[in-house]
Design a protein around this ligand. Structure first.
Ligand code: ATP
Length: 250
């Protein structure tokens, strides 16, 4: 379980996140939904212990990230937005390397690699160098690396960005499997259909704040709209029809 309490972070004069609070439960997919610049990535980076917040707290399975970042990170897997693979290493070498970074060795390490390779159906690519891998294959390696230490909690920052339809479907399957296995899955996304279909709980962010949260259907009800995109626009207080300026010039 991930709990964020009154998180605050500014970059100079820019307030990226201001008093953000929410809880992502085990066995659920919780999605941060917000316009560009609304503070989603900053929030996820604070959860991962990758940046120091100015205020507030983040707890991963009850461990305060600020007090014990290593213990919190041991309970957390982070799926990076750029897969960042080493092209000279095989998929298996990536998994082994990250397992070693998490302190695994011997049969524990061998078993962890086998387990992840089986779960993600990676056997056919395990001993190939990652150079030339398809997006879907790269995604599997990046995800395998993120979950090699069997973290209960996994965060994904816009995981479907840049993926083709086959890879998106594969990713969706993986997210649902992680949820079914009882993991706490926290992601950020812009893709409304994906958010509606996958999320148990949606946290709508705008200008660094949480403006509404609930199940997709509860948010639609709350807004009085008939789909999640309209509900999001209404609840986030965004303009319904952005002015491009083009019409005035025509
Ligand atoms: N390292 C940084 N230095 C300066 N400003 C930053 C930094 N990181 C984020 N910001 C600013 O903080 C605000 C929130 O950014 P953040 O990346 O968290 O938003 P986001 O919701 O993830 O956006 P997007 O959907 O475009 O990725 C933005 O105004 C952004 O420009």
């Amino acid at each position: 379980m991930i709990r964020v309490e009154h998180l605050a972070k500014s970059f100079g004069a820019v307030v990226a996140v201001s008093s953000v609070s929410f809880t992502a439960e085990d066995g659920e997919i919780t999605t941060l939904l917000g316009a560009n610049g609304s503070g989603k990535t900053t929030t996820l980076r604070a959860v991962a212990g990758l940046l120091k917040a100015d205020g507030g707290s983040v707890f991963v399975d009850g461990v305060a990230v600020a007090d014990d970042p290593l213990a919190a990170q041991a309970r957390l897997g982070v799926f990076p937005d750029n897969f960042g693979l080493y092209t000279r290493l095989t998929a298996r070498e990536h998994l082994r390397y990250f397992a070693e970074l998490h302190g695994m060795q011997g049969t524990t390490l061998d078993e962890a690699v086998e387990y992840v390779a089986t779960q993600l159906r990676m056997q056919d690519i395990l001993d190939r160098r990652t150079e030339g891998f398809s997006q879907g294959q790269r995604m599997k390696v990046a995800l395998g690396r993120a979950i090699i230490h069997r973290p209960k909690n996994i965060i994904f920052d816009e995981p479907s960005r840049g993926l083709d339809v086959i890879s998106v479907r594969l990713l969706r399957r993986i997210l649902l499997d992680l949820r079914a296995a009882g993991h706490c899955v926290l992601l950020s996304s812009h893709v409304m259909a994906e958010v509606h279909r996958l999320s148990d709980r949606v946290v709508i962010m705008s200008d660094g704040r949480v403006c509404a949260e609930g199940t997709p259907d509860a948010l639609i009800d709350l807004s009085g709209e008939d789909n999640l995109e309209e509900a999001f626009v209404t609840l986030a207080g965004l303009p319904a029809e952005p002015d491009t300026g083009l019409r005035a010039q025509a």
